[in-house]
Design a protein around this ligand. Structure first.
Ligand code: ADP
Ligand code: MG
Length: 434
């Protein structure tokens, strides 16, 4: 068996990352004022990491006040730099997952990876009938890598929390940890692929790849290959294409939420493509799916009414349903600031951009105001339910801005939510999770 240098490199890098993240946390304590240099150090530290922490950066960047803005920028700019697994290693993984006869599962199999994945890599292959397949192969031992990263993340968040005293990070950490651990299980992801396919079957412009369960395992996911471009490819397309794609994306994300409480928690640009004609969205990567109780979804609708009628009591009711605690008048006012920003396009019955300015500056300005107010109030604990809901709203919002999409978001929201019923919802959820 040849010596596996790839794996060695990777392990070494993880070890370095882990060590230097700890150092970083210490530095953080001593140099509270210099965010820019800390951000630089963080980028350097994490720059070589191919793994779950990149995702965490993207999640944290959407929660106002969770991390300083320099950190957010540093984390968002991280690119995967790890070398891919070589063919010999890939073959070994295939054999380990599918057995000695792995070759008989495929008509052909490309030796070089087409795409990097956060816990592995994606190869193109063909099934025995000649249909194109995407095969996501997980690196070995990712579970211990994730645990090590999570420990470091916890430390970093704690240190920041203590120095800032505006947002309590415990619940957010728990939520992220739960979902990162779940992401290790490709069988779970395969089940969600099937659930989402079913929940989106009446959306003519959304494609969810079909899973090949016979050639999938806990660490290997085989599905239909879907051809497409990243959405950035369509930024200069004609207006009707851009609007159509934005609308399709909106429906793809929120239909499963309002029908069955299932939310694809990672609207990262790599997790969907558009077919070359700009007509359909291929929805990918069901590694991070959040399941919501009906009461949470009810909370979304109650908050909508509360903001519409400026009803403080109703808003409090919604935040409570979401799991916020110790809701003082001032805290509700502060949460309303953020909620108003996110709900504004849904409340405004006209064709418009998702946010009036074509950049996310306004979001950052509001996040800053919220930071000051929360600090003055002695902090708040965002409930774990909030994490991915917020991540999705902010993430999709920024894509709608990039597409310069002009839509009546109010009408889209009404269309999605008018039939919300607790009973039907639970039934759908049960079916989707069966
Ligand atoms: N079914 C598919 N067809 C074509 N490309 C795919 C498919 N699934 C994934 N990919 C490509 O592989 C990349 C990584 O897959 P993804 O499921 O997003 O992994 P991860 O969960 O690690 O982010 C995607 O960004 C996409 O470019
Ligand atoms: Mg992905």
């Amino acid at each position: 068996m040849p010596f596996d240098t790839d794996l060695l490199h990777r392990l070494k890098r993880h070890a370095q990352t882990t060590a230097s993240l700890g150092t970083l946390a210490t530095k953080f304590l001593w140099h509270k004022d210099d965010d820019a240099s800390k951000a630089r150090a963080l980028t350097e530290t994490l720059g070589g990491l191919k793994g779950p922490l990149m995702k965490v950066g993207q999640i944290l960047s959407t929660i106002p006040d969770m991390l300083p803005s320099d950190y957010v920028e540093a984390l968002s700019s991280l690119q995967s730099k790890a070398p891919p697994m070589g063919w010999l290693f890939v073959k070994r993984r295939l054999k380990a997952e599918l057995g000695d006869g792995w070759e008989s599962c495929f008509g052909s199999f490309e030796k070089e990876a087409r795409h990097a994945a956060s816990l592995g890599q994606v190869h193109k292959a063909m099934d025995l009938q000649g249909k194109d397949l995407a095969v996501k192969i997980q690196y070995p031992d990712m579970s211990s890598v994730i645990e090590a990263d999570l420990q470091q993340l916890k430390l970093l968040l704690k240190v920041y929390e203590q120095s800032q005293k505006s947002i309590k990070t415990e619940e957010v950490f728990d939520e992220i940890a739960t979902h990162l651990r779940q992401e290790l299980d490709y069988c779970r992801e395969a089940r969600f692929l099937q659930s989402f396919k079913e929940l989106l079957k009446d959306q003519p412009f959304v494609v969810v790849p079909t899973v090949d369960t016979a050639s999938s395992t806990q660490h290997l996911l085989t599905m239909e290959w879907v051809e497409g471009y990243p959405l950035t490819h369509f930024e200069e397309a004609d207006e009707s294409t851009r609007n159509h794609l934005a609308k399709t994306l909106f429906m793809a994300w929120y239909t499963p939420l309002y029908t069955a409480g299932l939310l694809h928690g990672d609207p990262h640009l790599g997790n969907y493509t558009a077919t070359p004609d700009g007509q359909k969205i291929n929805l990918l990567d069901f590694g991070c799916v959040r399941i919501f109780e009906p009461s949470f979804v009810e909370g979304i609708l109650i908050l909508y009414d509360a903001l519409k009628h400026k009803n403080q009591k109703k808003a409090a009711e919604a935040y409570e349903l979401w799991g916020f605690q110790n809701l003082s008048f001032e805290l509700i006012e502060t949460l309303n600031l953020w909620a108003t920003y996110l709900y504004d396009p849904l409340l405004d019955d006209q064709v418009r951009f998702i946010h009036p300015e074509l950049n996310s500056q306004e979001g950052q300005r509001i996040a800053k105001v919220i930071h000051e107010k929360l600090k003055a109030l002695g902090g708040a604990t965002p409930p774990r339910t909030f994490v991915f809901m917020d991540r999705v709203a902010v993430g999709l919002g920024s894509v709608f801005l990039r597409l310069k999409a002009r839509l009546n978001w109010h009408d889209l929201f009404q269309e999605l939510t008018q039939n919300f019923q607790k009973d039907g919802f639970l039934e759908h959820q049960k079916k989707a999770l069966a």
